[in-house]
Design a protein around this ligand. Structure first.
Ligand SMILES: [Zn+2]
Length: 292
């Protein structure tokens, strides 16, 4: 079992100082360490915060999937073979409200550069390196090697709805996710490898050379891509979907991942993720023939 999943399953239920910190962030008075009903409720909400969730007890009973012994090797001709993503099919749901133009980056923001050979080995989409936003380094004692890539899983964040698009608010949200996953969940880094914000920007999260913590017991060889937002409550923006399609296509091309190994979280485990408004869009994307 993935080490981080074990850690997740072993998270104690006692109210710790770290929980108190989270409660303070939620504007909860926590001067007493005694757990009130309200604090228990907020603690349970916190468990849902900053990342999608699934039912760990059910998951724990499932058999471990078998994997091929030979992992596909990355292709080295990617930059010449990849083509920019094609337009998405028109949505069948009501159009999302008019989306404000992407604001200009804050003056203090330095143009990000790819930080790893993975990111630098293909041209599109542009990826904002984790060094541009992450406040904590990967805890390498809590991560396992990816050991090659042969599948992709898509998620939503599943917390509060997201309507912001500016760089600073987005970075603060990513920093919250990282803090939650590392300090509260005890994981080695953000659970996902890439996060796509509502403006369609792609943010590097956990380094791709490490297994993620996004599908219980199925993180090896599995690239985790999360779309920022709660798509049980809101629709993704079209630019966000287009960016996801581009990102998935890039990884498929580079690592020869076939389209039938592109999943949504709920196709692997019992969970609402990636939400009722995103799931059909991703299924349509997969069936469109634009991938692979
Ligand atoms: Zn998920």
């Amino acid at each position: 079992m993935n080490r981080e999943v074990i850690l997740f399953l072993q998270v104690p239920t006692v109210f710790t100082a770290a929980d108190a910190k989270i409660s303070r962030e939620l504007n909860v008075e926590s001067s007493s360490r005694k757990l009130t009903r309200r604090q228990m409720l907020l603690a349970s909400l916190g468990a849902l915060a900053a990342g999608c969730s699934e039912a760990p007890l059910i998951v724990q009973q499932r058999p471990r999937p078998s994997w091929p012994t030979q992992m596909p090797q990355p292709r080295h001709d990617y930059t010449t073979s990849y083509q920019s993503y094609k337009p998405l099919p028109q949505p069948t749901q009501p159009a999302t409200p008019t989306y404000p133009p992407t604001p200009q980056p804050a003056p203090t923001f330095t143009t990000p550069k790819p930080s790893s050979s993975y990111a630098s080995s293909y041209n599109s989409p542009n990826i904002i390196s984790r060094s541009s936003w992450a406040k904590m380094s990967t805890n390498t004692s809590r991560v396992d090697a990816m050991n090659g890539i042969n599948r992709i899983t898509l998620h939503h964040e599943g917390w509060h709805t997201v309507n912001f698009t500016d760089m600073n608010t987005t970075m603060e949200r990513l920093q919250h996710i990282q803090r939650f996953h590392m300090k509260e969940r005890g994981w080695g880094d953000v659970g996902y490898h890439y996060i796509i914000d509502r403006a369609g920007r792609v943010w590097e999260a956990r380094p791709l050379k490490y297994q993620g913590a996004h599908v219980a017991d199925q993180n090896e060889h599995n690239v985790g891509i999360m779309l920022l937002g709660n798509f049980e409550k809101q629709s993704p923006s079209n630019i966000q979907l287009a960016s996801a399609q581009s990102m998935v296509g890039s990884i498929m091309s580079q690592y020869r991942v076939p389209v039938h190994r592109v999943y949504t979280h709920q196709e692997l485990k019992p969970t609402q993720c990636p939400g009722r408004f995103l799931q059909p869009r991703l299924v349509a994307m997969r069936q469109s023939g634009y991938l692979g």
